[in-house]
Design a protein. Structure first.
Length: 225
């Protein structure tokens, strides 16, 4: 999902943010900040160590003395968009999410479905489920999917630095064969030494068994541990 940077907001690059209003607040110890439902919050910590308590008022249980806030109508699309993206990704794969959302929005899914195959049947069910979810939300299928696709599901360099977003992953996982012998499975220390001889850096595990001279003083009485 592409996301505009609050620090370098450019309305020309992100037309949907031209009416965005930014508010800044610097909190001191003891201050409380109320954030309305579905507002985005960007936090900068000014000290090396900070402590804060977040109380999500919208998650209060029903029947409590505080009324449960209903979701804002203008936030409905935001609430369902990622669920739809995830539904499509599970059926057609991550790389085809944007393409299939566009196909569904144009109502041309039938051209790409082969109901004689398992994949075609799954795609047909997925397509109908997406349309049903939007209908239940009171949103127009064509309009809602067009807004979801616009500026979304694109790589965002500033956001994805040192971060792995599931919907943007294109690499395949590496599977390493288990080459341990029966003795190495039974005695992990043997396998550790083998890896170290081959040049691997193996993280040492902390033993929970008291061993004099290793994780306790040599002259300690293990019976007192």
């Amino acid at each position: 999902m592409a996301m505009a940077s609050i620090e370098t907001l450019n309305p020309e690059e992100w037309p949907g943010t031209k009416d965005t209003r930014l508010e800044r607040a610097i909190l001191a110890p003891g201050d409380v900040l109320f954030v309305p439902a579905y507002w985005f919050v960007h936090v900068h910590e000014l000290e090396d160590e900070t402590i804060c308590v977040r109380v999500p008022l919208s998650n209060l249980k029903r029947g409590s003395q505080h009324a449960r806030r209903p979701p804002a109508r203008d936030a409905t699309l935001l609430r369902v968009s990622r669920a739809l993206e995830d539904r499509v990704a599970q059926t057609v794969g991550v790389s085809d999410v944007k393409r299939w959302l566009r196909i569904i929005s144009k109502g041309s899914a039938a051209k790409f479905l082969d109901l004689s195959t398992v994949k075609g049947y799954k795609c047909a069910r997925m397509t109908q489920a997406v349309r049903d979810d939007l209908a239940c939300s009171g949103l127009s299928v064509e309009t809602a999917l067009a807004r979801i696709i616009d500026h979304r599901l694109e790589a965002t360099p500033w956001l994805n630095q040192n971060f792995r977003e599931p919907l943007l992953l294109t690499d395949t996982p590496k599977v390493y064969e288990d080459t341990r012998t029966d003795e190495e499975r039974k005695y992990p220390t043997l396998f550790r030494k083998k890896l170290e001889r081959d040049g691997w850096t193996v993280q040492k595990t902390a033993s929970t068994v008291p061993i004099p001279g290793v994780n306790m003083p040599k002259d300690a009485d293990y019976r007192l541990i």
